[in-house]
Design a binder for this molecule. Structure first.
Ligand code: ADE
Length: 416
């Protein structure tokens, strides 16, 4: 079997981590049970470009139980857990092409290795594999792909608009059982976790600036408030800004927030959100972190231009000593702080995200003759099924409508 990983001898620790994730992903376990019984993905080749974590390993194992042949490559060089990669190869026979900290060249060579397997289904987190297949004219045999994250969905919608999309994409990110939980509670918790592990500083009493009030930004702002910070939100969207304001956060432009912030987290999906002029206004000691998919949100070039020297302050923390004497700290090289400095989202929330991924693969297979080269959201029934399974696993019971209540909702004449 072909693979490219750091060290196969790391498999023992990787296996423990995968075991822990499997134990805490009950919805995926239920799907895996069904897959093992019915083998609905028998012989289907799936290439996945996802963060190589224990939770992703649980997804790979599930797809294999469904009969698929899978290959896994990384969606970010810093999120790869080498021990997990080793266990996937050694214990589960899954070809993995990913090494923690690999350079850009190795990252793309590994994507090429996943692509050269001629997949029928692609799974992306950020869109790099699908983009590679499109740019190299390799989309011929692909029935469809899935996309895990907001940034990737934005990329694919731009391709759809340009008529450049060569196969259908299921925007897993846009399932309610994904973005309402993974983006909000997952990013909220794992971002704070990454900042704490990297810095070991106190959040209570700090001015904590969250750039972007999408679902991820809401989660980060909510959790920072829970830790006792004074949370400031920056936004460009007037409706989201208004929501942040009414949720009780202070809203202001980044140029003003720059002057008072102690911690900054970017979660917008766009570039130079903390740009040169904001960096010029930062207080000495400011800590900058990113939880958006790509490392474009903080203007790293400006930081290097303004720096007299750059030091390794701690693992995952660079200290920029600027020419004017200020010290600015950058976490995880402005890459996803939650996956670089911490372990990403907990398995308990990835459970629903990856249940969506597994069912999206099945959906593509069962509907490929009907799907056009467009971006789709999974049908509501699938979302609802995942939510019900999650509730069941949590032991939470809910009510259902009586026939009378159903009739009332359907009958527009009946008002009083
Ligand atoms: N994205 C965020 N957290 C993740 C995790 N734990 N595994 C895979 N992808 C993730």
């Amino acid at each position: 079997m072909e693979y490219k990983i750091r060290d196969i001898d790391l498999a023992v620790e990787g296996s423990r981590k995968i075991g822990w994730a499997l134990e805490h992903m009950p919805v995926l376990a239920k799907i895996r049970e069904d897959f093992a019984k019915n083998r609905p993905l028998k012989g289907v080749k799936i290439a996945a470009c996802l963060h190589v974590t224990p939770e992703t390993a649980a997804l790979m194992i599930t797809l294999r139980e469904g009969g698929a042949e899978v290959r896994l490559t990384a969606s970010n060089p810093l999120s790869t857990k080498d021990d997990v990669a080793a266990s996937l190869v050694k214990d589960h026979g899954v070809p993995v092409f990913a090494i923690h900290g690999e350079d850009r060249e190795s990252y793309y060579e590994n994507i090429e290795r996943a692509a050269s397997f001629n997949p029928q289904i692609t799974m992306d987190d950020g869109g790099d594999l699908t983009t590679y297949l499109h740019q190299n004219g390799l989309t011929g045999g692909v029935l469809g792909g899935t996309e895990e994250t907001t940034t990737g969905v934005i990329r694919f919608r731009a391709m759809e608009r340009d008529g450049a999309l060569m196969y259908p994409i299921i925007a897993v990110n846009d399932s309610r059982t994904k973005y309402l939980f993974d983006n909000r509670y997952g990013t909220g918790q794992s971002t704070i976790d990454g900042i704490l592990r990297a810095t070991n500083l106190l959040i209570a009493g700090s001015n904590f600036v969250v750039c972007g009030y999408g679902w991820c930004g809401r989660g980060v702002a909510m959790r920072a408030r829970g830790m006792g910070a004074r949370v400031i939100v920056t936004e460009v969207d007037p409706i989201k800004a208004l929501e942040a304001h009414m949720d009780g956060f202070t809203v202001m432009p980044i140029e003003r927030a720059a002057e008072i912030g102690d911690f900054f987290v970017t979660v917008t999906g766009d570039k130079n959100v903390i740009g040169r002029s904001a960096i010029e206004k930062l207080k000495s000691g400011a800590i900058l972190a990113n939880s958006g998919h790509f490392d474009v949100e903080i203007d790293k070039k400006a930081l290097y231009d303004l720096a007299e020297r750059v030091e390794e302050a701690r693992p995952q923390v660079k200290r920029f000593i600027l020419k004017d004497g200020r010290k600015i700290y950058l976490l995880s090289d402005a890459r996803l702080v939650n996956l670089s400095a911490a372990e990403g989202h907990p398995p308990t929330v990835m459970d629903m995200s990856f249940a969506n991924q597994a069912l999206a693969a099945l959906y593509i297979l069962e509907n490929s003759d009907k799907l056009e080269n467009r971006v789709y959201t999974l049908p509501y029934e699938i979302d609802e099924r995942i939510a019900r399974l999650k509730l069941e696993s949590l032991g939470v019971e809910i009510d259902s409508l009586t026939p009378e209540q159903k009739r009332y909702l359907e009958n527009w004449r009946e008002g009083t």
